[in-house]
Design a protein around this ligand. Structure first.
Ligand code: AMP
Ligand code: GLY
Length: 433
């Protein structure tokens, strides 16, 4: 089969690489892609960086692909899947209406409530008065979320009421996005406990979970500093309860998928379940309508089953016929190397020098071919991925490769997968629910 991947980040590089290695896949195209993706796929220009539905649909027709795989959320929310499917080409990723599970946090909360999915108690506010009442009601630490898409920067978690209030007001006063009738801010209870990302593939009926991973959202070591798109990830999670995946499928993914079907907006693609394992049991922190970045880089590094076949089955409604997925026993770690100034003001145009990275894989995100070297072109520049017999071994390979990458003023975390490798992750005392 021939596949077109939409996007230009390290997640799409990981997808393109897994597809290029898949014996069932004859040719991989990517639009717009990046210099790293160009090593494994044919990169093509596309209007709107892949978020113009008609442009993507036309490209899918022109390249005669059998499947389109959409990486980021923006094309999904814009309706790329709807346009591709309208041309009779299977597309992995939800329709615009189903992608609301990610694009509106208030909508996601409404669906979770209707489906009986465990999540943080919350209030959706549209006025400053309601914000003040909700902040007092839930108390510190305050959790304040922009209802709309904000590329990982819409959420503020803080002990300081003035900061929480200021962010809430900023969310209410920002310009409305296309199609948004009103700005809203979600204020919710603080969830304590380790976070997990579990990707659930679905064709709208059947749910097939991938291996759980952990993401490191904060910029600095020890979870300090601002939230980012994600600074690193690893899998497997040996510390997680043995029933975790099963629990998430039956208590979260299946009821959510059933509720979306009931509403006449079936969800197909990947339901990204972001969870916290709290003392009260599992709670959903967020849904996304796409693969996570950087978690995909480690999850796909361990997947043995042909990725093209799995994604095509999801797009065609044939997941029930799929044999069980096969996984390598290896551990995988990814460390994100970010540009100087990330996340506030990432510097573009800095030279990137990649030395001897050994067995590690360098996946590109914010890179561009400069006049005489590769240069930075975005906040998260590279994902360095390594596998090994255990997390400690994978970490060693990944960090040796990070040391072989030179970008002036770049930043990365030094503690990705460290606590897990040292068996230092404690689950909060689980009370009976
Ligand atoms: P979200 O975009 O909803 O995933 O939020 C981004 C990050 O903020 C999450 O990965 C958490 O680290 C943190 N966060 C979100 N909601 C909560 C919550 N209710 N309690 C504690 N931390 C949260
Ligand atoms: N790693 C977080 C995300 O993809 O949203």
């Amino acid at each position: 089969m021939k596949v077109l991947v939409i996007g230009s980040g390290a997640r799409e590089h990981a997808l393109a690489l897994a597809l290029a290695r898949d014996p069932q896949v004859k040719e991989v195209f990517a639009a717009p892609g990046n210099p790293g993706i160009a090593q494994v796929a044919t990169c093509l220009d596309v209007a709107g960086s892949g978020s113009d539905p008609e442009a993507v649909a036309a490209l899918a027709v022109r390249t005669q692909v059998d499947l389109v795989v959409v990486g980021p959320e923006a094309p999904l929310v814009a309706g790329v899947t709807d346009a591709v499917v309208a041309r009779g080409i299977p597309c992995f990723g939800p329709t615009a209406r189903a992608a609301r599970l990610e694009s509106s946090k208030a909508f996601a909360k409404e669906v979770m409530e209707a489906a009986g999915v465990p999540t943080a108690r919350s209030a959706v506010c549209t006025t400053v008065d309601a914000v003040m009442e909700a902040l007092d009601h839930f108390g510190a630490p305050y959790v304040v979320k922009d209802d709309g898409l904000a590329a990982g920067k819409g959420v503020v978690v803080t002990e300081e009421r003035t900061k929480a209030f200021a962010h809430a007001v900023q969310c209410l006063e920002r310009e409305k996005a296309p199609g948004e009738d009103e700005t809203r801010v979600v204020i919710e209870e603080f969830l304590d406990g380790p976070e997990i990302s579990l990707f659930c593939l679905t064709d709208g009926e059947t749910v097939v979970p991938l291996a759980p991973a952990q993401d490191f959202k904060r910029l600095g070591d020890g979870g300090r500093g601002p939230n980012t798109g994600g600074m690193g990830a690893y899998t497997p999670l040996d510390w997680a309860p043995a029933t975790l995946t099963e629990d998430v499928v039956t208590r979260v993914a299946e009821p959510t998928i059933a509720e979306m079907r009931r509403r006449g907006t079936p969800f197909a693609g990947v339901l990204y379940v972001g969870l916290a394992l709290t003392s009260q049991g599992l709670r959903v922190v967020e849904f996304n309508a796409r693969f996570g970045d950087p978690e995909t880089q480690v999850v796909l590094a361990r997947l043995r089953t042909s990725l093209g076949g799995v994604l095509l089955a999801a797009a065609r409604g044939e997941l029930a016929d799929l044999p069980p997925l096969e996984w390598s026993d290896d551990a995988a770690v990814t460390v994100v190397v970010a540009a100087r100034g990330y996340p506030e003001a990432p510097r573009k145009g800095d030279p990137i020098v990649i030395g001897d990275v050994g067995e590690a894989q360098i996946l590109h995100a914010g890179t561009r071919e400069g006049s005489d070297s590769l240069v930075t072109a975005g906040g998260r520049v590279l994902s360095v991925v390594a596998t090994g017999p255990d997390l400690a071994a994978a970490r060693k390979i990944a960090y040796a490769a990070v040391d072989a990458v030179e970008i002036p003023g770049s930043r990365h975390r030094t503690d990705i997968a460290l606590a897990a490798a040292q068996n230092r992750i404690a689950l909060p005392g689980q009370e009976q629910e």
